[in-house]
Design a protein around this ligand. Structure first.
Ligand code: NDP
Ligand code: OAA
Length: 464
């Protein structure tokens, strides 16, 4: 017989007896604890069978302390509440992934006034969550603008010891935004915790290249991050997780991540080149004197670096070939191409930091392109794994190509684009660069005999 009882968390846990008590989780008996949305205090209501014990975990954000108390209904007296002292307390457990603030309040969704059409919650893990790009992106995700107005989401935010406080600041702003679709925010500093059950992993965090740092150094330092994160995804993420690598050098970082995650289809890994595509569309629109929504079929080929190839040969304006609309072909070859390749650097000169808002927009675009059907005849750019590609690009690298999707999260590479001599020589140069980058990180992708022979110190778009 189930008996309603009041379990009062007391004793040493009383240090939590204020509004910083945030979480009430799982009972030993496997019961779901239903706590009212407005629960803030140290008191909760449990339904316990006679003689049953429930373990109650209490986490405190403010004091970084946690404790476990036991509640039980004494067999002799069903109405009586007995509370044992906490068995453990921790004062410095900051490595664990924790739910944050208001998102710790567990409640039964069925009791909510949610629309019937709401779907299963999508869990999105974001690394570098306290960084500049994330500061724009997280609010787009939470608003419903990316996954749709009927799609609840959970955010698992990855930071570091250094950014732990900042991560809490981000989570507080998410709390204060009252996004109805945002059902959970969890923060942590261990990929193996934060990536658990992720349906999407947006890998943004990476060390920026500092003064005097060679590209090879950057490849190694950041490569190690992505090797660790690939392994963690392999172990704990959803088996069909979609991974978008943003942290630079993003193509090779994506290769490292996928090589360290053999359980996840290599096809699920993307390197972000959508920002480059958007930049190319803007420049073509400016030159053609049209608004940018009239520009379509723009491909970025290759690496997210200054060797990338923005394709004006197959691009269209108002459905017509760009070369028929923009007849100044010298401009296309000699101005358009380098302008797109170095747009990131031009922006840094103005802003004093790399593009963050437009990058967040392009991440949103990249996700939307995978979860909505591509308009007939069009495509989008993404850095994807090259095995089996229809363009003869070297296998086993991550290379940006034209893709289309049915909107199911998957994609196919669009075949039969015209590759003229102009494109071919440049595409080959970007391919060579990626093959060299791969050799530099052989030790991180389980290959022997690697060596780093990057002689020309090619740049990220943000470097000049
Ligand atoms: N592909 C693309 O189109 C673009 C890519 N980028 C790249 O995106 C990345 C993030 O940019 P942005 O958000 O502006 O950068 P920020 O410096 O604002 O944030 C980056 C985050 O990365 C984390 N980080 C820094 N060093 C390390 C490290 N050694 N290991 C793990 N994480 C680290 C930090 O988080 P914490 O302290 O929590 O670890 C930091 O918050 C950069 O690599 C940038 O070059 C930028 C624009 C476009
Ligand atoms: O180089 C950077 O950090 C920024 C970058 O990738 C871009 O703006 O395209």
């Amino acid at each position: 017989m189930a008996t309603a009882t009041l379990c009062k968390v007391a004793g040493p846990v009383a240090t939590f007896a204020d509004k910083s008590v945030k979480t009430v989780r799982d009972s030993v008996g496997g019961q779901k604890l239903t706590v009212n949305r407005s629960f803030w205090g140290p008191t909760l209501r449990l339904k316990l069978a006679l003689g049953e014990r429930a373990e109650v975990r209490v986490f405190s954000r403010r004091s970084s302390r946690s404790g476990i108390a036991f509640c039980a209904v004494a067999p002799t007296s069903p109405a009586q509440t007995s509370v044992e002292q906490p068995s453990t307390t921790s004062t410095s457990d900051t490595t664990r992934t924790e739910c944050f603030g208001v998102f710790c309040v567990t409640y039964d969704l069925k009791e909510d006034e949610r629309p019937r059409t709401w779907k299963k919650t999508v869990r999105i893990a974001v690394s570098g969550a306290a960084g500049a790009i994330s500061n724009h992106l997280l609010f787009k995700l939470a608003s419903g603008e990316v996954f749709g107005p009927d799609q609840p989401i959970a955010l698992n935010l990855l930071g570091s010891v250094k950014s732990r406080e900042a991560l809490e600041g981000v989570a507080m702003e998410l709390e204060d935004s009252l996004f109805p679709l945002l059902r959970e925010v969890n923060i942590g500093i261990e990929p193996i915790e934060v990536f658990r059950d992720a349906d999407w992993a947006l890998l943004i965090g990476a060390k920026p290249r500092g003064p005097g740092m060679e590209r090879a150094d950057l490849l190694d330092i950041n490569g190690q991050i992505f090797a660790e994160q690939g392994k963690a995804l392999n172990e704990v993420a959803s088996p069909n997780v979609k991974v978008l690598v943003v942290g630079n050098p993003c193509n090779t970082n994506a290769l490292i991540a996928l090589k360290n995650a053999p359980r996840i289809p290599a096809k699920n890994f993307h390197a972000l080149t959508r920002l480059d595509e958007n930049r190319a569309k803007c420049q073509l629109a400016l030159k053609a004197g049209v608004f940018y929504d009239n520009v379509s079929n723009v491909t970025i080929w290759g690496n997210h670096s200054t060797t990338q190839v923005p394709d004006f040969v197959n691009a269209k304006v108002h459905g017509k070939q760009v070369k028929d609309v923009i007849t100044d072909h010298k401009w296309l070859e000699e101005e358009f191409t380098p302008r797109v390749q170095t747009r990131g650097g031009a922006l840094i000169k103005k802003w004093g930091r790399s593009s963050a808002a437009s990058t967040a927009v392009s991440i949103a675009d990249a996700i939307k392109s995978l979860i909505t059907p591509t308009p007939e005849g069009d495509w989008f750019s993404s850095g994807v794994y090259t095995n089996g590609n229809p363009y003869g690009i070297a296998e086993d690298i991550v290379f940006s190509m034209p893709c289309r999707s049915k909107g199911d999260g998957d994609y196919e590479i669009v075949p039969h684009l015209l590759i003229d001599d102009y494109l071919y020589t440049r595409i080959k140069k970007s391919e060579e660069e990626l093959i060299s980058e791969k050799k530099c990180v052989a030790h991180l992708i389980g290959e022997s005999g690697g060596f780093c022979d990057i002689t020309e110190d090619t740049m990220l778009p943000g470097e000049m």
